[in-house]
Design a protein around this ligand. Structure first.
Ligand SMILES: Nc1nc2c(ncn2[C@@H]2O[C@H](COP(=O)(O)OP(=O)(O)OP(=O)(O)O)[C@@H](O)[C@H]2O)c(=O)[nH]1
Ligand SMILES: [Mg+2]
Length: 474
């Protein structure tokens, strides 16, 4: 694999690929089983030395479990009763010979077995080194290696699905297709640079520009999807704001399905900010109930109102709550001013009572925003509100799984943005009739960016940064 080299003084020496590596691959602590994993050319011979099969069997069948004991060679004593599996190269995680020793899951046992393995010539694996070898040996590209960490770290259904999509090579194959098209264009352009007089296929500039344009549209979609990917991974903050007694705390409780905040008919009940995390169709939402905004009655309320305003200003999203059973008043209008320019949804609460405000009236003040009528008391309209929040954030209907490609990694986004910029420059060049050398340069730079993304031209430093995030044994 042609990986570019960038030597900087702070760079570490890359791990030696020739050595056989070993690590405990399961978490520390007591468990039913624990696994010591070995990868490399000596894996089999180490296993043969330490393992005594129960059946009189002098060979391992690849990819089959064998039952027996691990022996301490110095004392001849058994250390643990184990299942062992040898997976012969190349159909393994690292494409090298791999041995997994499934021991009882005790920290001391696992340490002991690992020690014996190291004594026989393996060395301790670095964090992520098994996956790094899978990448270096060409079994997976870099985006799939990164998906392994995302998968391990996934905290909700959607981030799990995005990681799986990437692990299945969806992102990689899209990049491969894009690169193949660019290489074809580049080859033709370079042929014209090298042999301008020769009888070669003429460049159809219009078609070339059309194709670059289509590619840039694809890139734009993926770049945009990053925001969506981040939304599902990191979530948003959302403040419920409104004047006193409109039902903010009641809404928080209904959404959380528990009596988290105090609800009373007395205006000014909530003083401090109450914060809880809610999952809205896969998006983690940090929901904040705040003090009702009005002219404060005392210094405690005054501080509550100050905090409410601060949270409203800082949050990514606002649920503006109105009490449908009372007419709009100066307090409401004051809040309209507070939340100007914020992404929001307007909730008209208490629709179980005779209404004094109509949706049309609210629309006059918020022509662009979704308006939802609910009853927090009767728990009506709540799903509608959740769907509306989702749609406002994701700009599409609620779906169980993202069916289009989602780019959730900042490194990928940066590479895609670089390629987009190069192709935009190439298109501008074509319009202005600049030299073919210039067009070729921009296309080559776009190819480099995409190549770096999948790991074809990635520096050791970037690889270190990626694999350092892994745990030891993965
Ligand atoms: N009829 C009716 N009453 C409601 C509804 N939602 C809330 N209430 C009542 O309105 C009163 C105020 O509710 P809260 O949830 O405490 O209102 P709040 O906006 O948090 O009030 P502050 O904390 O004082 O700002 C309580 O008596 C609730 O039971 C509703 O949908 N319908
Ligand atoms: Mg309240």
């Amino acid at each position: 694999m042609n990986r570019g080299s960038s030597l900087s003084s702070s760079r570490r020496i890359p791990p030696n690929q020739e050595e056989t590596i070993a690590a405990i691959s399961t978490p520390f602590g007591e468990s039913g089983i624990g696994i010591v994993r070995i990868s490399g050319s000596s894996a089999e011979s180490i296993a043969r030395k330490l393992f005594k099969p129960k059946k009189d069997q002098s060979y391992f069948i690849s990819h089959h479990f064998h039952y027996g004991e691990i022996l301490d060679l110095r004392s001849g004593n058994p250390v643990d009763e184990v299942l062992i599996v040898l997976m012969k190269s190349p159909k393994t995680y690292t494409k090298e010979d791999i041995v997994e020793i499934h021991c009882h899951g005790g920290y001391f046992i696992l340490q002991k077995v690992l020690e014996l393995v190291l004594k026989e010539g393996a060395r301790m694996a670095q964090p992520g080194e098994f996956t790094r070898r899978a990448f270096l040996n060409g079994r997976i590209d870099l985006t799939r290696a990164e998906a392994v960490i995302d998968l391990i770290r996934a905290k909700n259904q959607t981030s799990l699905e995005i990681a799986n999509q990437q692990l299945r090579g969806y992102l990689y194959s899209e990049m491969a297709e894009l690169k193949a098209r660019l290489i074809e264009h580049l080859a033709l352009i370079e042929a014209h640079i090298d042999f301008p007089e020769e009888e070669i296929e003429p460049i159809a500039f219009g078609e070339l520009k059309g194709d670059l344009d289509r590619m840039n549209h694809q890139l734009e979609g993926w770049i945009y999807s990053y925001e969506e990917g981040r939304l599902f991974r990191e979530g948003i903050s959302c403040a419920i704001v409104g004047k006193t007694n409109v039902g903010k705390s009641s809404l928080l409780n209904v959404l959380l399905k528990e009596e988290r905040a105090i609800v009373t008919p007395i205006p000014g009940t909530t003083r401090d900010v109450i914060e809880e995390v809610l999952n809205i169709y896969g998006i983690p939402v940090r929901l904040m109930d705040t003090a009702g905004l009005r002219r404060p009655a005392d210094s405690i309320e005054q501080e509550g109102v100050r905090r409410a305003k601060e949270r409203a200003a800082d949050s990514d999203f606002i649920v503006l709550m109105l009490d449908g059973s009372r007419e709009l008043d100066a307090d409401d209008l004051g809040i309209f001013e507070e939340i100007k320019g914020k992404k929001r949804v307007v909730v008209l609460n208490k629709n179980d009572l005779p209404l004094k405000i109509t949706i049309e009236e609210v629309k006059r003040s918020f022509p662009e925003d979704p308006i939802i009528s609910i009853s927090a008391l009767k728990k009506e309209g709540i799903d509608d509100l959740k769907q509306t929040i989702y749609t406002s954030l994701v700009h599409r209907e609620v779906r169980a799984t993202p069916e289009h490609l989602i780019v959730a990694n900042i490194r990928h986004r940066t590479a895609l943005a670089q390629a987009w910029e190069n192709l935009s420059n190439a298109m501008k060049g074509l319009e202005q009739g600049t030299s073919l050398e210039f067009i070729a340069f921009e296309i080559r730079s776009a190819l480099d960016a995409l190549g770096e993304m999948v790991g074809e031209t990635t520096t050791e430093e970037v690889l270190d940064r990626i694999f350092d995030q892994f745990c030891i044994g993965k």
